[in-house]
Write a protein that binds this ligand. Structure first.
Ligand SMILES: [Zn+2]
Ligand SMILES: [Zn+2]
Length: 368
């Protein structure tokens, strides 16, 4: 039988976000859970829903599925939920559904650290060189102060789940092609916690945490480069049962500069000079990321010549090392000459202007 499309199974669009997928899954799981469902074929449907959710709720699996279809996400039916770790409490339901598998049961009441989050931040070139403090506004999840994370209106509203008598699991007889089997599944009423909340906390609606917009100061160190990241401890997704939040990683993207080009800790810059400066030599005030410095250009400098300004590059973000600035000289030919300048140039052309070694070599090879 051909496998159905995972998005179709959950009744969500291909662009559905995490939230849509979760809520679609919750709705369908309630409807088709074999313990409670009156639908015919509930078990097969439920299995299908579980599988679709396991894949679509996992970013990596989902992108594989989007690219390669069912082939991309080899689904391990008989061998347990191999490769599908990381969907918390549902893991249990999962492995028991596919028979065998590990029966490793995570205590749903144990504190669990939240997931890490990642955000991108774009900063200016010079800010990356010098370092900068930035304030960002972020939605940060915090434990609800009203219920202290329990999600209940009051302590007395937390009672033992009547469906599993607090065990967090229910047992079920099933007829399979191998005969009758007894399987253990996580209690669908309490999601394995063994507890039931009679009245939910008004502040957090039973979530145990609330999302608050916070301004956070981010210290961006001097020398940071594109794709390096800064960790903000415990500013990620909320933990469960009093566990700490995950971390937030800020991935840096540095805007390019008009004149400075960065190569690791070195800077390369093209410096336009005049014909006269190239011919006669000059002391040129050259911009660097640390301000202007004097660069001595010797007489007879050719276009494309490179000069090194030691220690005028970027400070390494991890060590005390500072890179260099490489200056590539570009001789700019004058475009408009006034009559005085024209006279000078024509006078110059009548002199032995092409006396450089390069010209001698050139005319030596191509003499007729
Ligand atoms: Zn609350
Ligand atoms: Zn229960």
């Amino acid at each position: 039988m051909a496998k159905r499309d995972y998005y179709e199974i959950l009744g969500v669009s291909k662009t559905a976000d995490e939230k849509d997928i979760k809520s679609a899954y919750r709705r369908l799981a309630k409807k088709y859970h074999p313990d409670v469902s009156t639908e015919s074929n509930a078990e097969a449907q439920f299995k299908e829903i579980q599988e679709a959710y396991a894949v679509l709720s996992d970013t990596t699996q989902r992108s594989k599925y989007d690219q390669f279809g069912h082939e991309g996400v080899q689904f391990n039916g008989a061998g347990g939920a191999g490769g599908f770790e990381g969907f918390g409490g549902f893991e249990d339901i999962f492995s028991s559904f596919f028979g065998g598998g590990q029966q490793r049961r995570r205590d749903p009441n144990a504190p669990m650290r939240g997931n890490d989050l990642q955000k991108r931040m774009t900063i200016d070139f010079m800010d990356a060189i010098q370092g900068i403090k930035k304030s960002i506004r972020l939605d940060v999840s915090e434990q609800c102060n009203t219920c202290h994370g329990s999600g209940a209106h009051s302590k007395s509203d937390i009672t033992t789940c009547t469906h599993c008598n607090g065990a967090g699991v229910v047992y079920r007889q099933a007829q399979t092609i191998f005969g009758a089997t007894r399987t253990q599944t996580t209690c669908p009423y309490c999601q394995g916690t063994g507890k039931e909340i009679k009245r939910k906390c008004d502040t957090c609606k039973g979530d145990g945490h609330i999302t608050r917009e916070r301004t956070i100061d981010v210290s961006i160190p001097a020398g940071i480069n594109t794709n390096q990241q800064i960790r903000l401890s415990e500013k990620g997704e909320p933990g469960v049962n009093g566990g700490p939040n995950g971390d937030l990683y800020i991935v840096i993207n540095v805007r390019p500069h008009e004149f400075f080009e960065r190569h690791d800790n070195d800077i390369v810059m093209e410096l336009p000079i005049t014909f006269s400066q190239a011919a006669l030599g000059d002391d040129i005030a050259t911009p660097t990321v640390h301000g202007k410095v004097t660069l001595k250009i010797p007489a007879g400098t050719q276009t494309g010549s490179r000069f090194r300004l030691r220690g005028k590059g970027v400070k390494s973000v991890n060590t005390a090392y500072t890179g260099d600035q490489h200056v590539v000289v570009k001789v700019v030919t004058p475009e408009k000459l006034d009559s005085e300048q024209k006279k000078i140039f024509s006078k110059l052309s009548k002199t032995n202007e092409m006396s450089s070694s390069a010209w001698k070599k050139f005319t030596g090879i191509f003499k007729d």
